[in-house]
Design a protein around this ligand. Structure first.
Ligand code: SF4
Length: 265
């Protein structure tokens, strides 16, 4: 990995070459399978293996990150870097935070270019599976970045909350542009258009809260689903149900993806 992650870094940091593995359960979730209920056929699993190998070859994970001191915080609002972010219930979810960390993560464009080629060649099942692999790849990357921030935060004496993104948990997608101004994606090759769509499409923006009193999941539950296998601050071993990196973990839990996870665990 290149780039060093300081959780309170005021200058933009770019992380490259991250050792992210694609979460198989996440891919199947994007394919519409319900974990524990739906069992994919052997044919689907073969397709999955082919798409996964292709996706791992093509993905180029990169993360941009920057921390910004909080100027004002209210029940549904955080002001930082001159931007006013309106996030329902954020004070209840995060408690008092001294800074926010803004990030853009991308799986790169090679994977989605290959999806387009496969559609052009009418290889529809593989194209759709590879598209799900791409969605899972960037989701796994954002989880990895959130876990890295947790680990770096403990070393720096602060808590880092779970991530939240525009379009989730009631946060208006239109605020993507405000988040973008806090941490632009151009240094990692991601652009944002007038309609707030990113290119490459397999990209995610997120925000975390940072502070000595910031509310996080109880570490005994958080560590259980965290994939930072060698984290020196780990309280308990990763749960057996986690999926990443040979015994690593996913922060799956009840509120997957970009919304805040349950608090207080
Ligand atoms: S193992 Fe626990 S303390 Fe370490 S990064 Fe993961 S959640 Fe944070």
């Amino acid at each position: 990995m290149t780039g060093t992650l300081g959780v309170l870094s005021p200058t933009p940091v770019v992380l490259d070459g991250l050792p992210v593995r694609i979460d198989r359960a996440e891919v199947l979730r994007f394919q519409g399978y319900k974990q524990g209920l739906d069992v994919p056929s052997a044919e689907v699993l073969d397709l999955f293996d082919e798409a996964l190998a292709m996706g791992e070859r093509l993905m180029a994970p990169r993360v941009a990150y920057r921390a910004i001191p909080v100027e004002r915080q209210a029940a549904d609002e955080i002001a930082a870097g001159g931007e006013h972010l309106h996030i329902p219930d954020i004070e209840r979810f995060w408690g008092g935070v001294e800074a926010v960390g803004a990030s853009v993560c991308t799986a790169g464009d090679r994977l989605e270019n290959r999806v387009r080629e496969l559609f052009d060649q009418r290889e529809f099942p593989l194209a759709v599976m590879l598209d799900s692999v791409g969605s899972a790849a960037v989701e796994s990357l954002a989880e990895y970045a959130n876990d890295l921030l947790c680990q770096a935060g403990i070393a720096e004496g602060v808590h880092v909350t779970n991530r939240i993104s525009p379009g989730y948990a009631g946060w208006d997608t239109a605020e993507q542009r405000r988040l973008w101004r806090l941490c632009p994606g151009e240094p990692i090759g991601v652009t944002l258009n007038q309609s707030c769509f990113m290119a490459p499409a397999k990209s995610i923006t997120f925000l975390v809260g940072i502070g000595a009193r910031a509310r996080v999941d109880h570490y005994f539950s958080q560590c259980r689903r965290c994939w930072m296998r060698d984290c020196a601050y780990r309280r308990v071993p990763a749960d057996a149900t986690v999926h990443r990196e040979n015994g690593g973990a996913s922060r799956g839990g009840g509120l997957r993806g970009a919304g805040p996870h349950s608090i207080g665990g």
